[in-house]
Design a protein around this ligand. Structure first.
Ligand SMILES: COc1cccc(CC(=N)NC(=O)c2cccnc2OC2CCNCC2)c1
Length: 389
């Protein structure tokens, strides 16, 4: 039965789509915390819940190894996301995070970690309402334990723990269609190292294209073009927060970032997140901002390469520098740091640069979901100002 689980949940149901009688907003109302189930859901007998303390080197390594061997692969099973340990620590410890939202499942007998799901708190604005939500991510069940219906009970357990913190909405993404996408995005890739991308079959040589012609097509200047472009520093947090809040205010769904959020999510962290800004050489005003996060992929079964070094567009704001020039400079910086590919979704204003800067469409879509929050009709990607990791 398709979506047997999701038809039991407070999410927009396919059968209700287009029915404008439903108001936009929460589907179920909050209940008193005392009425929330106080004890964890039952797991199949052989398994037990565990809270993963990712500050612990040992436990963080267990989560890293589980994801490295069992997390999301592309449609052709040629690549698997390979989030680094420092990325996992960054992703799971934003301001106000809850340790017990980092939920693992262990085999009782061996204590082996065989599944994981996480939530982090976020303030997400939907139109003119700021809603406290959990961003749920990294749902992973060991390959050997698939179709044991572990995922539904893990989703119910993270939901229960979110309810205990008096939060009633969540945001998540998936490559599969579930009831019911708030937005469906297309992903795009910009080759930085076309020879490697073709060798590992991430890309194909275009028709009537030679390798040398392809390398020339994607060649970038060695240095950036924008005067005053530099890495973001701690002292820039107030100005970047102002710039970003103003930019994000135009989208239907977007994070309601404050300075603590900007410091956590956007201050550069080596091999995790890179962010750059343009400081006007005349006025010293911060006029533009761009950022990407680092998410390598394991290359499955290639004799010459084991890792694809990928950058993912994060938040970009151009108020003075032309968007094309700002993003092209970010591509140049990523190439300087030896990234193989730069990925982006067609969210926010990204469609204004994708084709121009030689991004090619990916072969899949990323669906965004809101839990217990109905949006009248699916948003256009350009109305979405939220990038999940
Ligand atoms: C290249 O290696 C891959 C390894 C696993 C899956 C995919 C395809 C894919 N599913 N890509 C995306 O979901 C994607 C493409 C462009 C931008 N962000 C993305 O996903 C982000 C956001 C959602 N969580 C995963 C990372 C590619």
């Amino acid at each position: 039965k398709r979506h047997a689980f999701w038809e039991t949940q407070p999410v927009g149901q396919f059968k209700d789509r287009g029915d404008t009688s439903f108001p936009e907003g929460p589907i179920e109302l909050p209940i008193p915390i005392s009425e929330v189930k106080q004890e964890p859901y039952n797991l199949p007998n052989l398994y037990e819940w565990t809270t993963c303390d990712i500050d612990s080197e040992e436990t963080c390594t267990e989560v890293y190894n589980l994801l490295t061997n069992n997390y999301v692969e592309d449609d052709e099973n040629m690549f698997r996301f390979n989030y680094s340990k420092e990325f996992i620590r960054w992703a799971l410890r934003p301001p106000g995070y809850f340790r017990n939202w980092h939920i693992g499942v262990r085999v009782k007998a061996s204590k082996k970690l065989v599944a994981f799901i996480s939530g982090v708190p976020a303030r997400i604005r939907v139109r003119d309402e700021v809603v406290k939500m959990a961003e749920v991510n990294f749902l992973c069940v060991h390959k050997k334990l698939r179709s044991k219906r572990l995922a539904p009970v893990m989703i119910k357990e993270v939901t229960r723990r979110v309810h205990l913190e008096n939060m009633w909405q969540a945001a998540y993404t998936a490559g599969v269609v579930l009831p019911t996408p708030a937005t469906t995005c297309q992903y795009w890739h910009r080759s930085l190292n076309p020879k490697k991308l073709i060798d590992v079959q991430f890309s194909r040589l275009g028709a009537r294209m030679t390798m040398s012609r392809t390398i020339k097509l994607y060649k970038l200047p060695g240095t950036t073009a924008t005067p005053g472009m530099r890495k973001m520093e701690l002292r820039d947090v107030p100005a970047v927060t102002r710039l970003l809040r103003n930019y994000l205010s135009q989208f239907v769904v977007a994070p309601d970032f404050d300075e603590d959020d900007v410091e956590h999510w956007l201050l550069p962290t080596e091999n995790v997140v890179d962010s750059f800004l343009v400081e006007s050489p005349e006025t010293h005003e911060i006029t533009d901002f761009c950022s990407f996060y680092t998410l390598p992929s394991t290359i499955l079964g290639n004799p010459n390469y084991s890792t694809l070094k990928a950058a993912y567009s994060f938040y970009n704001v151009s108020t003075r520098t032309p968007l094309l020039q700002l993003i092209n400079d970010m591509l140049i910086l990523a190439k300087q740091k030896d990234y193989d590919v730069f990925n982006a979704l067609d969210v926010m204003h990204n469609e204004n640069f994708l084709k121009e800067l030689k991004f090619g469409p990916g072969d899949g879509q990323l669906h965004y979901y809101l839990y217990n929050y109905r949006v009248r009709h699916a948003l256009k990607p350009s109305e979405l100002g939220l990038v999940l990791l």
